[in-house]
Write a protein that binds this ligand. Structure first.
Ligand code: ZN
Length: 266
């Protein structure tokens, strides 16, 4: 059930009043000069079942609605400014065919990890499985299309590199390679060990120590990182090039991924 109320947000003297559409899973906070109430309600009707499905898949029971601050224009959706308790969401309306990555951001709020590969990998897999393939970072391609293309273009990055650099603020193309590589690795972990084990790995209590994939593999999966990584790469190789990988590989080689992806989303 959706409920529209008028609220004051942010709670600053003289700030413009913001409106809210509240459902079971989300509380959408927006400014009526940016979005109309009916538009937000329509979005909420689409988003609520995705959230229910996500909670069920992850086995997370959260009663309190998640605050979603709807932002106009283009920008990077994120939970980080809200310490993972709420999200800023851009692209509420599909712009140039790109829907809002609401499943991705919700995954961060429901199951988080200080390990960047697990954190972004799981969110990318959930967006692919439950949300939209057209959202960031897959932009209309599957994770198999991406890994085939990355390998074919010679742009692979190692897990060690991914876990030691924060690539999220990096250049657009390198950022997509890092996100989709993390997604492919976490998808492999889910297939091999089950989603519950991956969620457990993410919720591991590190007691102040820095989480590394080495320790995750040994403590949670009882295998060395080398053997897990090798099996994942063997699998990527076995899948090889999908029918959609070739064009993407060419675009990566020529540094024209943005143009290529734009054509796909039209
Ligand atoms: Zn993310």
């Amino acid at each position: 059930m959706l409920l529209c109320v008028l609220a004051i947000w942010p709670p600053l003297v003289g700030a413009a009043p913001a409106e809210e559409v509240q459902g079971e899973c989300y509380r959408f906070v927006f400014n009526s000069s940016d979005f109309s109430e009916s538009e937000v309600e329509a979005f909420a009707r689409e988003a609520e079942p995705l959230c229910r499905q996500l909670k069920e898949t992850l086995g997370v029971d959260r009663r309190e609605p998640i605050p979603v601050y709807l932002r106009p224009g283009q920008g990077v959706s994120s939970t980080i400014p809200h310490r993972n308790q709420a999200m800023d969401l851009f692209y509420m309306r599909p712009i140039h065919g790109v829907p809002a990555p609401i499943v991705h951001e919700t995954t961060h709020i429901l199951v988080d990890s200080p390990h960047v590969v697990l954190r972004e990998g799981l969110a990318t897999v959930m967006e692919e499985r439950i949300g939209s393939l057209k959202a960031h970072p897959t932009y209309g391609f599957t994770l198999e299309d991406w890994t085939g293309a990355i390998r074919c273009a010679g742009r692979q990055v190692s897990l060690r590199y991914l876990e030691t650099q924060d690539w999220r603020e990096g250049p657009w193309e390198a950022n997509l390679i890092a996100y989709t590589t993390s997604g492919s690795f976490v998808k492999f972990l889910i297939e091999r060990y089950g989603l519950n084990s991956v969620v457990r790995a993410m919720q591991w209590n590190w007691k102040g120590r820095k989480p590394t994939m080495d320790r995750v593999c040994e403590l949670v999966f009882n295998e060395s990182l080398e053997s897990v990584e090798k099996e994942w790469l063997d699998r990527v190789e076995r899948i090889g090039l999908t029918s959609d990988s070739l064009g993407l590989c060419q675009a990566l080689r020529e540094g024209k991924v943005q143009e290529f992806v734009r054509g796909r989303l039209r």
